[in-house]
Ligand binder design. Structure first.
Ligand code: 5AD
Ligand code: SF4
Length: 437
């Protein structure tokens, strides 16, 4: 037996990449690799990349450049590039950076161990006919009370700015039985909260355990029956896939957290049309109203793109007005960045300084809403799922249903405990409270 080999993974981008990195680590674990946090002691370095916004590939190339001395020192070091830049650029990465040994796309990473052994090509960016999930080892032992679970991948919506349909491919839903098995497995290993992941997660559908076609709401209700699983979340959703059944589940399923990330991207109908979003502002607002009817205390979050080609001052005002009307708990806003190969990349960009100024305005409004939403928690009694010890003696940190971090004095608590907490204080990035007896 040779000594265990060390794998260092750097993960960029979204939660789906975090999940993929875990699964790649587990797959390599079956080949004797253990994870290290110290790049210098690694036998293999894997960069799991993101391509959603600008300069992602430049960031990759500069990180690769910084690996040159390590590779010179350890010629056997294997360097792999995974994720969406790998998918988009393929073998070009090795041509530009010969120190790279392996390039693997998001749909092919079950082949990573064979690639590392030299038993498969060094570039795998096909969308293979087999399902990677059928070729990955079961979930490894884990102790954290929260976990991600990918249920859906890819996107068929083709928003004009977005690379996802090209890098992640067509929409695929994982089968019910596989999702249920993975969720049961995670729960048996101590997981109390599962976040279901997909680029278009609420578009998930599949043949149910009862032989009928299930939508995403039905899947959530089936998962909620798992004993020991206390909380369910999901991200990211498209407004057009919020079915009646899913909205209803927010009202009837207590394990489904009162938190919904529902990107709208813009408040201007003109811009939404140019973005190929296939919904307008009024439809979005009506949808929010229906979701709030089902679950009045729900917190809404969103994504915005500012400075899309052709965006006028009036369009920008429309976005600010939509934000005012909804009142978000938190939201992400990004300056538009043209992505090669997308339709919007062919269009003339707006003035960069104007886009920067608009972004600042959007972010100022969203930050004010975020502060207000967090402060409104003071005085409420909320369930908190505890995750780890705090810095001071006896302190524990957990998350409320709204994903706010919450500190309490609770020396008797363990990670995975779910307790009712009265919120007493709101600090810039967290809440504090006391356990309700
Ligand atoms: N430019 C800026 N932001 C983008 N996003 C996706 N593509 C782009 C782009 N080309 C944002 C969207 C999406 C989030 C994940 O990233 O708001 O919802
Ligand atoms: Fe990209 Fe989301 Fe639009 Fe799909 S729905 S193209 S993932 S922004």
């Amino acid at each position: 037996m040779s000594a265990p080999k060390k794998l260092f993974i750097k993960t960029y981008g979204c939660q789906m990449n975090v999940y993929d990195s875990e699964r790649m680590a587990e797959a390599m674990g079956a080949d004797g690799y253990t994870l290290t946090e110290d790049q210098s002691e690694a036998d293999m370095v894997l960069l799991n990349t993101c391509h959603i916004r600008e300069k992602a590939s430049e960031k990759l190339y500069s990180d690769l450049g910084r690996l040159k001395p390590l590779k010179a020192e350890k010629p056997d070091l294997k360097i792999g590039v995974a994720g969406c830049v790998a998918q988009a650029e393929g073998g070009e990465i090795i041509r530009r950076m010969p120190l790279v040994d392996l390039v693997v796309g998001p749909q092919s990473y079950h082949r990573l161990p064979a690639m590392a052994r030299g038993e498969a090509p060094s570039v795998e960016t096909e969308f293979p006919a087999e399902d990677k999930f059928d070729h990955l080892p079961p979930r490894a032992t884990r102790r954290a009370p929260t976990a991600f679970l990918t249920v859906q991948e890819g996107c068929d919506k083709f928003c004009a700015f977005c690379v996802v349909p090209y890098t992640r491919g067509a929409e695929i839903s994982r089968p019910v039985a596989r999702i249920m098995a993975e969720a049961r497995d995670l729960t048996a290993r101590g997981v109390r909260e599962i976040t279901l992941l997909g680029q278009n997660v609420n578009g998930w559908h599949g043949a149910g355990e009862d032989g009928r076609e299930w939508g995403f709401g039905r899947l959530i209700r089936a998962l909620a029956e798992i004993d020991g699983l206390e909380r369910i979340r999901y991200t990211t959703s498209h407004p057009n896939d919020m079915s009646d059944d899913l909205i209803a589940a927010h009202g009837t399923e207590p394990k489904l957290m009162p938190y919904l990330h529902l990107p709208v991207q813009s408040g201007s109908d003109r811009v939404l049309k140019a973005m190929n979003r296939k919904h307008n502002a009024a439809e979005y607002l009506r949808l929010i109203e229906r979701i709030r009817e089902a679950r009045p205390d729900i917190m809404l979050t969103s994504d915005f793109i500012v400075g899309f080609p052709g965006e006028t001052e009036q369009d920008h005002r429309d976005t600010l007005r939509l934000i005012e009307e909804v009142g978000f708990g938190t939201a992400f806003s990004f300056k538009y960045s043209p992505r090669p190969g997308t339709p919007a990349a062919e269009r003339a960009e707006i003035d960069s300084d104007i886009a920067d100024a608009r972004l600042q305005e959007v972010q100022a409004l969203l930050s004010a809403q975020q502060r207000a939403a967090q402060e409104s928690m003071v005085g409420r009694r909320l369930s908190v799922l505890f995750e780890k010890k705090g810095r001071t003696e006896g302190q524990m940190i957990g998350k409320t249903g709204y994903l706010h971090s919450c500190f309490v004095d609770g020396p008797q608590l363990s990670p995975g405990d779910l307790r009712e907490v009265e919120i007493t204080h709101s600090a810039p990035n967290s809440l504090a409270g006391r356990l309700v007896a």
